[in-house]
Design a protein around this ligand. Structure first.
Ligand SMILES: Cc1cc2nc3c(=O)[nH]c(=O)nc-3n(C[C@H](O)[C@H](O)[C@H](O)COP(=O)(O)O)c2cc1C
Length: 219
């Protein structure tokens, strides 16, 4: 039998990281400022979907799950994304608010890990964001019972057609099962690839009284 798989040795795939690193003397005192600097650099470097982040959640007994969501805002309270509250992630977050985010910007050999607790944003904040979405994307939020099993693609097409009848004038309200979450971090880690696998890792953790402790971790 012919082997049609490309012969790639995954174990031999590696890349030498030569970009400048992250030094303590250059790091911002506040991790939100450091995030803003790196996020701007990723966006300026035209990283595709620099706001795409992995979101890890877990059941209360510690079974993890992870998926990509889009960062839609950062403020002093934390990192905001939008989703279906009844999805798998929504159910896990309802039972266990501890979560983690991860950005990986390969072009810059940078990774940012963020850990904290998650809470729903206000209904007004969700409605304000929902209103900025296109009519079809608003209807899409209504049409999808995210993470539930469906009989086929036709289920979505039929729901969308029915919703277009129901809301013909683009007056599409916020679904009660849809909205934002804000992750409030207690820890950040900024990772920068360096030569010989001796990478830079700076961790910020809250000192509990409004400041941040910066520590270097061994790569
Ligand atoms: C680039 C990218 C961006 C995504 N953005 C979102 C998002 O902002 N919100 C969302 O609910 N799902 C988003 N998804 C889909 C999720 O990865 C996931 O399939 C969905 O949220 C269901 O996850 P769950 O079953 O774990 O709840 C995105 C997927 C990709 C690949």
């Amino acid at each position: 039998m012919t082997n049609t798989r490309p012969e790639i040795s995954i174990a031999d795939m590696r890349r030498e990281y030569t970009l400048a690193g992250l030094r303590e003397e250059d790091a911002a005192a506040d991790p939100f400022d450091q995030f803003a600097i790196w996020f701007k650099e990723a966006t300026d470097a035209q990283v595709i979907e620099s706001n795409a982040m992995a979101l890890a959640t877990a059941t209360p007994d510690g079974r993890p799950s992870v998926r990509i969501v889009l960062l839609k805002g950062v403020d002093t309270g934390g990192f905001v994304f939008f989703t279906n509250y009844e999805s798998r992630k929504g159910c896990e977050l309802a039972a266990n608010p501890h979560a983690a985010l991860l950005f990986y910007w390969a072009e810059l050999t940078r990774q940012i890990r963020i850990e904290g607790t998650i809470a729903k944003v206000s209904e007004q904040e969700s409605a304000d964001y929902f209103a900025t979405r296109s009519p079809l994307s608003r209807l899409g939020a209504w049409a999808s019972r995210q993470s539930s099993v469906i009989a086929g693609r036709h289920v979505l097409d039929e729901r969308l057609a029915a919703l277009q009848q129901q809301f013909p004038d683009d007056q599409i309200p916020l679904p009660p099962f849809w909205g934002g979450y804000r992750l409030t971090p207690h820890t950040f880690e900024f990772w920068h690839g360096r030569p010989n696998r001796l990478h830079d890792r700076l961790r910020y953790r809250t000192d509990g009284i409004g400041g941040w402790v910066i520590e270097r971790l061994s790569p």
